[in-house]
Design a protein around this ligand. Sequence first.
Ligand code: ADP
Ligand code: MG
Length: 394
Amino acid sequence: MKLDVNALRYLSKEDFRVLTAVEMGMRNHEIVPAELVDRIARLKHGGTYKVLRNLLKNKLVHHDATKYDGYRLTYLGYDFLAIKTLVNRGVFASVGRQIGVGKESDIFEVATEDGIVFAMKLHRLGRTSFRAVKSKRDYLVHRRSFNWLYLSRLAALKEFAFMKALGDHGFPVPTAVDCNRHCVIMSLVQGYPLVQVKELQNPDDVFNTILGLIVRLAEHGLIHCDFNEFNIMINDDEKVTIIDFPQMVSVSHRNAKMFFDRDIECIYKFFNKRFNLTSENNEEQDGSETEGEDEENGRPSFLAVKKVAGSLDKELAASGFTRKEQVEMDKFIEEDAEEHSSGSDDDSTSEINDTGDAVPINSLKIEDQDHHDEYDHSLASRNSDEPGSLSEEG
Ligand code: ADP
Ligand code: MG
């Protein structure tokens, strides 16, 4: 998806106010009645309707008149809200080229005024599986606030919390910088996804490092669940960085062993195919049999690892990411994992704008810090599903 941030500069205070009102309305309406948008935004002289037309023209909202005259945010509209909030917070000041297209995300470079470059991941749950999302409504149907914005926001929230915790525990992951709505800002990894790497100086070192990481993660109580050549970055010194965490689960998950074995299998398969590394010749080079290996095939054994597992999973469950959200996310991700086999990150139809120069959006800072900041906090209080109100700042 192309992200034209230029339009951001031309949006007025009123535009953002109405956009925010649509977002608030979406907490309990899939399609927000225009009249409700107007009531939340409280612009004078029926201004809301004119602004809505402008937002529609810029593809920031979608108009739906099937049941009543109503609107919902588009991804672009949601992107703009998140970007504006983060720019107002001073996290970054410009958006650059797109550097990655994931299964359900778009990744861009962003830069601070001092020229520090970060990676910005915009989650887009449901992009490749709209039908799947539909079938998931069964269990979410009782949730007033269900929509893809909500799921994408959960994914970002979870990814941020996990990235932060893993970084704090010394895992090679990007540094978690900030998070808002469906958007995660992290350090930029210098390197390439392993899938693009045709040759390695020391394939067996890299292989063992990666296997070691899967084991160490499990020893901390966690399984990545999408540990494959698309989610492992490698730099020129063959140093490994793990990315992409929204689907991680605890070792006490009922399918934990299957997820663990599948992660391991992915790595064996890839290294065998790409670098001609078989478990046999790797063991010869390795020379030793490590404790905790599966007796049958010499691979790391989930049960052995689980016995000594720490409690990072529980720490994470206790912080930031509530139990209820975890359950909903897990359900979504499990069903999703069943529908898409692991390692199919390359099925996107998105357009990559890799020629674009960084677009400074400093001018965004000028206006309206007030109600966005306020709203932002209300969104951050994750347990509240009540629609907020803009009325205080009127
Ligand atoms: P998805 O969940 O959609 O698979 P990922 O987090 O795996 O998204 O990111 C998709 C791609 O974007 C990665 O394969 C990688 O090429 C690139 N990417 C993601 N995060 C970073 C980062 N922090 N630094 C550099 N490139 C990144
Ligand atoms: Mg990925």
